[in-house]
Design a protein. Structure first.
Length: 840
């Protein structure tokens, strides 16, 4: 039997080869980023899959029944940086389980019921920065073997069974630790000696979270000489009394940020007495945050006395009722009041305040004047506020305001033009209802303003001067408003610095060039969600800096002009969600779309709305060849109908000539049955019978004439007989011209066919015999005949001896011309010669 390692040796390369071909061979894991990130969550894996590349850096093995981590479990993955082992039912972690993971920075062990943790469990993790050991049955930090994790920055041991807050000696090794999360453990008391390592000051910047521990007592002086970056104590105390004594126990602590309060769903205290915060006077605090305390409704005077010197105060989710009468000597620079309940808007007056964020509160619906002379940032958004006057320095008691946010409020009456607030740089009114914006140049003095948002403020712009004065504006957002006549007026005058303009959802039906003439720096123009029907890039041709043009969600059918000149710097043109007509009528536009695919945003998503058979199809799928086929078929069919008509006409007109032609081909130059076919008027039949037939057929040599009274086949149409019997089977045609002949239309018809026959058979075959002297006037009736007779020689019948003799001689000679079966060639030549001499 083949040893298994040899079998593996032969199998491995072929497996590797297969895995090259089949990327899905990482199954059951998901390849998020090839060679880098693999997700094997909840796959019922009892061991680490070995088909994952060793270059993997992020590996998620959560929710698999791994149970035991043996030594060197992950040595195959030396590049690992993030390893998630959440809820893997890990009970045992042996020595050196993570050995070889020198690059690992994050290890997540959440939700494993660890029973046995070997002393060297975390050895080798020299770069581990974050260890999450939430809900891992830790009883004590003392036995938690992390003393070697010198790189550790964040340790989360929340939701465990730790009773003692004593930080073990090994914390002296963790000089980089910044976050220590102890929340939701069983800590009841904190003693002086617990924090001994922190007094040795290796950890200068530690954030400590002790929330949700049922703390009964913090022994006085426990935090003495301790310096923390942040201390969080939320939902720790059952009642005001415990809270007060515990806060007194914090005396001597120097903390940058202190967070007190409860959690929304973890309320322990029934009542709150403002004396609970008295102990804060013996702490050094820079920022204070107070969250979720109900029953806060009494008189708050004096509540914050111990917090008079903090620079930032934050009140979140409190029922404050009123916040008046804050002493003027408070040093607060920043005040955040969010999601609180009030009886009325607090008429704040604090000289120190530079930043006020009063957002998302309830009950403060009518704005009152405030007196904040040094305020620079004022955020009053999302309070449902109504402002009866806006805006001037008197309303806010400040002339230093730079940032004003009044978004998501109620009705705001614009009845002053920012007097005393001319240095505003940022102004946001979105989703509040602005009134009286059209009556005067509201923003006239705001030369410093670079951001203005008046989106969805129910403005109908009728006044061209609405934005006059905003010469430094960089961003203007005015989506969701409307314009008189749904046409954009010339309102962006002197806004040379504007870079972003949003006029989406403004019911615009057309855009003209004028308004954009003065915006050389505009980079983004948003026209989406309007009612534009044609794409016309002409108005933007002079926007020299335009990069993004959003035309999505309009009713664009096609382009207005043939040539689409667009700004030279344009990189994104969004035409998605329009009503494109994918018909041949617009094929040049549709071709343009294909050509500009790189410029168009999500060109593949652009779909046709018309014609019905193209509805929902991608615009790019339109083929202009169908148009060409249509065009050619139409022109071809028109042409062929015309041809058929013309041919029909011609056939109708030259039916007999064609028959002649057909005959010519059919009979070729084959054997001729007759020497001549005689065309004559029936009135001259006597002469033909008595003179012509007698003299020619009975003379020497005898000629065979074709005569219709004698040779035509009965039952065949006369015309057909003329052609088939007469012309096709005869070498020559004798035309007997007389007064009767000229007057007979039938004879003239026969003569015309004879002419065609002569032309087609290219033989000089017509011999004219003129019976009587004809008056020229009569002859002229038949122009063609007249011309022929006057140009060619013809035989004239003369009823005299000499005349007869010459006549028959000449006629015979003419008939002999071209007769192949003539035996007497010499005589013929002589005759010709004779004839030639007599003719002279
Ligand atoms: C993944 O790694 C293998 C072996 O190191 C290499 O051949 C392959 O090209 C890599 N794939 C990608 C997408 O980087
Ligand atoms: C998980 O795998 C074990 C064997 O490794 C098997 O007994 C069990 O049925 C599997 N569970 C599921 C849900 O597939
Ligand atoms: C702290 O670091 C030193 C030096 O690296 C080491 O000898 C000692 O064992 C570490 N302490 C603990 C508790 O791991
Ligand atoms: C202290 O840590 C906080 C984050 O917890 C950080 O923002 C701050 O910059 C740090 N301060 C110092 C002095 O390192
Ligand atoms: C505090 O609350 C815990 C849990 O709700 C309770 O067991 C304990 O008795 C309370 N302590 C006091 C002093 O009320
Ligand atoms: C605030 O600082 C002033 C002096 O700057 C001091 O007199 C006062 O006691 C301090 N108040 C508190 C509560 O620390
Ligand atoms: C107050 O609002 C401003 C602007 O919205 C924001 O930049 C700042 O971070 C906020 N401050 C606080 C403490 O929430
Ligand atoms: C436009 O901005 C530049 C600097 O960003 C400034 O120098 C210039 O004065 C501004 N133009 C106008 C018209 O305010
Ligand atoms: C635009 O600015 C020029 C000078 O900078 C000024 O003369 C003109 O009145 C301004 N136009 C408007 C409409 O504000
Ligand atoms: C234009 O405005 C719409 C909303 O009206 C928004 O969805 C879209 O992202 C904006 N486009 C750009 C380029 O900012
Ligand atoms: C149109 O495309 C631009 C550029 O990619 C994008 O920012 C914008 O959000 C798009 N518009 C909509 C309505 O999605
Ligand atoms: C039709 O498409 C071809 C190739 O896609 C293109 O070269 C041609 O110009 C298009 N014709 C018209 C009329 O757009």
């Amino acid at each position: 039997m083949m040893p298994s390692w040899r079998l593996a040796g032969t199998l491995m390369p072929s497996m590797a080869f297969l895995s090259c071909l089949r990327p899905e061979s990482w199954e059951p894991c998901i390849e998020v980023i090839p060679n880098v990130t693999y997700q094997c969550m909840e796959q019922n894996l009892s061991r680490i899959p070995d088909n994952i590349p060793s270059s993997t850096r992020n590996l998620d093995l959560s929710f698999n029944p791994l149970n035991t981590l043996e030594s060197q479990s992950f040595s195959k993955f030396p590049e690992l940086q993030v390893l998630d082992l959440s809820r893997c039912d890990i009970r045992v972690i042996e020595d050196g389980a993570y050995q070889g993971l020198g690059q690992l920075s994050t290890l997540i062990l959440t939700g494993n019921p660890i029973e046995s943790l070997a002393p060297g469990a975390f050895s080798g993790l020299s770069h581990l920065q974050k260890l999450v050991a939430v809900e891992t049955n830790i009883l004590s930090l003392r036995t938690f073997p992390i003393g070697n994790l010198r790189a550790l920055k964040e340790l989360n041991v929340a939701h465990n069974l730790i009773h003692s807050f004593k930080l073990p000696e090994y914390f002296l090794n963790l000089t980089n630790l910044e976050h220590l999360d102890f929340s939701d453990n069983k800590i009841q008391s904190i003693h002086y000696k617990d924090l001994q390592v922190l007094r040795k000051k290796p950890l200068l910047n530690l954030s400590l979270d002790l929330s949700l521990n049922p703390i009964d007592i913090i022994h006085p002086g426990a935090f003495k000489e301790v310096k923390l970056h942040k201390l969080t104590l939320r939902s720790n105390f059952n009642n005001t009394h415990v809270m007060r004594t515990c806060i007194q126990g914090l005396a001597g602590l120097e903390v940058y940020r202190l967070v007190l309060g409860e959690f929304k769903n973890e309320r322990n205290m029934d009542s709150f007495d403002k004396s609970a915060l008295d102990g804060l006077c013996s702490l050094t605090i820079e920022e204070f945050r107070f969250a979720y305390l109900d029953e806060f409704s009494g008189d708050v005077t004096g509540l914050f006395n111990c917090l008079a010197n903090v620079s930032a105060m934050s009140l979140v989710n409190l029922y404050v009722k009123n916040l008046e009468n804050l002493p003027e000597d408070f040093k607060w620079k920043s005040l955040e009041v969010a999601r609180c309940k009030f009886r009325q808007f607090p008429p704040l007056a604090l000289p120190s305040l530079k930043e006020l964020n009063f957002t998302d509160n309830k009950g403060a619906v009518n704005m009152v004047d405030i007196e904040l002379p040094n305020l620079e940032i004022l955020d009053l958004s999302r309070n449902g506020l109504s402002l009866r006057h806006c805006c001037s320095s008197e309303d806010f008691g400040t002339t230093t305001l730079r940032h004003l946010d009044l978004s998501f409020n109620g009705v705001i009456l614009m009845n002053s033009n920012f007097i005393g607030l001319c240095q505003l740089e940022y102004l946001d009114f979105q989703h509040s209802a602005l009134k009286h914006t059209n009556q005067f140049t509201v923003f006239l003095c705001l030369h410093q303003l670079h951001y203005l948002d008046i989106s969805y403020t129910h403005i109908q712009v009728v006044f061209d001067g609405i934005f006059d004065g905003l010469t430094n504006l960089k961003v203007l957002k005015m989506a969701g408003n409307s314009f008189k006549d749904s046409t954009l007026p010339n309102i962006f005058r002197n806004m040379t610095n504007l870079t972003i303009l949003d006029i989406s959802e403004c019911q615009l039906t057309q855009v003209s060039k004028g308004p954009f003439d003065t915006l050389p720096n505009l980079r983004v123009l948003n026209l989406s969600h309007n009612h534009l029907v044609y794409l016309d890039l002409f108005p933007y041709a002079h926007l020299l800096s335009l990069q993004v043009l959003d035309y999505s969600f309009n009713y664009i059918v096609a382009s207005k002009r043939q040539a689409l000149h667009f700004p030279s710097k344009l990189t994104h043109l969004n035409l998605t969600q329009n009503n494109f007509a994918c018909s041949c009528e617009h094929q040049s536009f549709l071709q343009w779309v294909k050509d500009q695919r790189g410029l168009l945003v999500e060109a593949e998503q652009m779909t046709c709305a018309n014609p019905p058979d193209m509805q929902g199809m991608p615009v790019l799928s339109f083929r202009n060849t169908t148009c060409q086929i249509n065009k050619t078929t139409i022109s071809l069919s028109v042409l062929s109908i015309l041809m058929v008509a013309i041919i029909g006409l011609l056939v109708y007109k030259f039916y007999f000539h064609l028959m002649l032609l057909a005959g010519c081909k059919e009979y070729g130059r084959g054997e001729m049955a007759y020497d001549a076919f005689v065309i004559y008027s029936s009135q001259d039949e006597n002469w033909v019978r008595n003179e012509l037939v007698k003299n020619l057929e009975e003379g020497v040599p005898p000629f065979q004439l074709c005569l219709h009274y004698r040779d035509f086949i009965p039952g065949v149409a006369i015309a057909a007989n003329i052609i088939q019997e007469g012309f096709h089977k005869s070498r020559k045609v004798i035309v007997v011209v007389s007064r009767h002949f000229i007057q007979s239309r039938w004879c003239i018809f026969e003569y015309e066919i004879a002419q065609t026959w002569q032309f087609l058979s290219s033989r000089a075959g017509i011999i004219f015999i003129v019976l009587q002297k004809l008056e020229k006037s009569l002859l002229r009736q038949q122009v063609e005949l007249y011309r022929l007779l006057s140009r060619n020689t013809y035989l004239e019948w003369e009823d005299s001896m000499l005349g007869r003799h010459i006549f028959w001689r000449r006629l015979r000679k003419a008939l002999l011309d071209g007769k192949t079966s003539q035996p007497d060639g010499l005589a013929d030549a002589e005759n010709v010669h004779q004839e030639a001499t007599t003719a002279i």
